[in-house]
Structures are given as structure tokens and as C-alpha cells.
Write a protein that binds this ligand. Structure first.
Ligand code: TXA
Ligand code: MG
Length: 317
């Protein structure tokens, strides 16, 4: 059921059930973060490996000490600056967080989502919500209630509808090593904006062996259609002229081509708008029965970096 009724959502969560929740980034599959039973259901539904820990969503920065300990001063500053919002911080965990949530790690990922519906819901709960993105493991994240419904059909009873996601890309994840912030996952706050608070941010986002954050796996966020990323869209169109081709472009359509479908992410060249539209466009393209999706490389600055990162992981390897 797709609903906007917070009471229905609250009742289900109080019974350790799992529901889809809207956030400003992408939809999540939420359950009581203090309940092993609820958390187990999240992993099962998502078909997510147990080594991949979840983000805990709290209702405000003042609840941070309930779930995390030994919080560095800089993390407090970042919380003040960016919460509620798409910043996830990985901090030492409090014992109240089940090991299942953190995949046995001593650290827990935490954020305060900036969505009025989910904030109102959290306000009415006695526990935070563990929530991964509401997609099967490895596939494109959902940015609307319809995307979630399409993925989980009858396996998910309640989808709390908060409209299309405002940001459209997952949160930026920051860890701390020796109290120094480190970028674990590019996200919907640009590196430049975070560096205004932290100074130069070291990065640890690419590791296929022991992923710190499996959002870092080299293939993730992937459509089922073979996807290519290029600086030279026209040449690739040439190469695939006998195939059914779809294009994923920043601002300008490609004229005089025989391609089946073009998705333009922002006609005015606005990177925030492009970010917001990215996953919905990928979902649409993936449903057209194409042979090939050709995506255009974005300018490597601001959110362009995050978009390129996601496209990079979506491509055929
Ligand atoms: O925007 C978002 O972050 C969305 C919404 C629903 O909040 N959530 C989301 O969750 O993207 P998920 O599970 O798809 O991605 C969370 C990432 C995973 O790559 C996971 O490995 C990483 O966070 N993570 C969680 N706990 C961690 C920890 N203790 N240390 C390192 N990485 C962690
Ligand atoms: Mg995810």
C-alpha cells in the first residue's frame, strides 16, 4: 500500500515491521534500529549481504550521543552545519546498536534525514530507524514511491509516500580516523561544501577488496541494460548504430540520430536539477528494452563528481 498516513507507518514500525520511508536523498527501507528482528527483515527483503552495514536515522543532533560515543569535536561542528541533511557520519557505536546493524563493526553510520514526513514520523517513535536505500542490492536507488513499489511488489506492505526525492542522490558519507574526517562515499553534499567546514578532505572511496562502504563496490547502482560512459557520445552512437540505443545526457540533446530515446537531465544546465533527475531517468531507460544506454560524462566539479561516480559504477565492466 502506498500511503501518506504517518499513523499507519508508526503502528507497523512499533510491531518490528519494515516500511519504505521517504528522505530527501532516496527512499529507504526502514525498521527499528534497536530491534534485531526488524533489522534482519531489512537484510532479507533487500537481499543484502550481512557484511554491509546500515545507516541509522535519528531525529536530531541531540540524539547523537544515544547511538555514538567519543564523538570528535569536528563531527559535532559538521552535525550543526549539515543536519538535518544528506551527511552521514561513521562514528564509534554505543552498545545499544545491535551488531547486525553495523555488520559487527565498532562504528555506526548515522544521519538526520531532511524530509518533513520522515522527521515527523521519527518524532513519534521511541527508536531511530535503520534504513538502507529501498532497492535490491546493487540496483538503482529509488527516488519515488512508485520506484519502490516496482521493486518490491507484494513483499512490502507499506510505502510511506513523501513525493519525489528533493536531492536524488544518496548522502555523502564521512568517516573519522584519528579524529580526522575522511570521505567514504561521494553524495548529495558536494566535497567542496563539506571542505568549507573541514578543510581538505582525504578520500577513501575505492576499494573492491574490503569495501568500507559497499556503495563503493565498483559495480553498484546499476541498471540491467548494458551502460557505457563517455566524453564523446556521437562516436559511441556510431559504434552502436545497429542497436536500440538510449541516451543519458546533461543538458543538450543530440540532433539527427536514430536513437530510440534521450533523457536530458537539466535543459538549463543546473547540476542540482540533473542530480535530482538522474535515477528516475535511469529507471525509465532501463524499462525501455534497449540494448545499450550511453551516458555522458559530467563536469568533474561539485555534484558532477557524484554523478560521474554513480555512472562509473553503473557501466558495463
Ligand atoms: O542517502 C542515504 O544515505 C540513503 C537514505 C535512505 O538515507 N541510504 C543509503 O543507505 O544510501 P545504503 O545502505 O544504500 O548505503 C549506506 C552505505 C553502505 O555503502 C554501507 O556500507 C555504508 O553506508 N556504511 C554503513 N555503516 C558503515 C560503517 N560503520 N562503516 C563504513 N561504512 C558504513
Ligand atoms: Mg544503497
Amino acid at each position: 500500500m502506498i500511503t501518506t498516513d504517518i499513523n499507519i507507518a508508526k503502528k507497523a514500525l512499533n510491531k518490528d515491521e519494515i516500511i519504505a520511508i521517504p528522505t530527501e536523498t532516496v527512499y529507504g527501507l526502514g525498521g527499528n534500529a534497536f530491534s534485531e528482528e526488524a533489522v534482519k527483515k531489512i537484510f532479507a527483503l533487500k537481499n543484502r549481504p550481512f557484511y554491509n552495514p546500515l545507516i541509522v536515522h535519528i531525529k536530531g543532533p541531540e540524539f547523537l550521543p544515544l547511538v555514538a560515543r567519543d564523538i570528535p569535536e569536528i563531527a559535532m561542528q559538521m552535525a550543526k552545519e549539515f543536519w538535518p541533511g544528506p551527511l552521514t557520519m561513521v562514528l564509534k557505536k554505543q552498545p545499544i546498536i545491535p551488531d547486525l546493524v553495523t555488520a559487527g563493526k565498532e562504528t555506526v553510520a548515522i544521519r538526520v534525514p531532511n524530509h518533513p514526513v520522515t522527521l515527523r514520523l521519527l518524532e513519534q517513535l521511541d527508536f531511530p530507524l535503520a534504513a538502507p536505500s529501498a532497492n535490491p542490492f546493487g540496483s538503482i536507488s529509488p527516488t519515488s514511491a512508485a520506484h519502490v513499489a516496482n521493486y518490491f511488489k507484494d513483499d512490502l506492505e507499506i510505502i510511506l509516500d513523501g513525493g519525489p526525492c528533493e536531492k536524488g542522490l544518496e548522502s555523502t558519507i564521512i568517516g573519522f580516523e584519528n579524529n580526522q574526517p575522511i570521505l567514504y562515499r561521494l553524495g548529495s553534499i558536494s566535497v567542496e561544501d563539506i571542505e568549507r567546514v573541514t578543510g581538505k578532505l582525504p578520500t577513501k572511496t575505492k576499494s573492491d577488496h574490503e569495501p568500507m562502504a559497499p556503495g563503493m563496490l565498483s559495480r553498484h547502482y546499476a541498471p540491467s541494460t548494458a551502460t557505457y560512459l563517455t566524453n564523446d557520445v556521437k562516436s559511441l552512437i556510431q559504434r552502436y548504430q545497429d542497436k536500440k540505443v538510449g541516451l543519458l545526457l546533461f543538458k543538450d540533446p543530440v540532433m539527427d540520430t536514430g536513437v530510440q530515446h534521450q533523457e536530458i537531465l537539466s535543459r538549463s544546465g543546473n547540476i542540482n536539477e540533473a542530480a535530482k533527475n538522474l535515477y528516475a531517468a535511469m529507471h525509465r531507460l532501463d524499462q525501455l528494452g534497449l540494448d545499450v544506454i550511453i551516458a555522458e560524462q559530467f563536469p568533474e566539479e561539485g555534484l558532477g563528481k557524484t554523478i560521474n561516480d554513480r555512472l562509473q559504477r553503473a557501466i558495463k565492466k
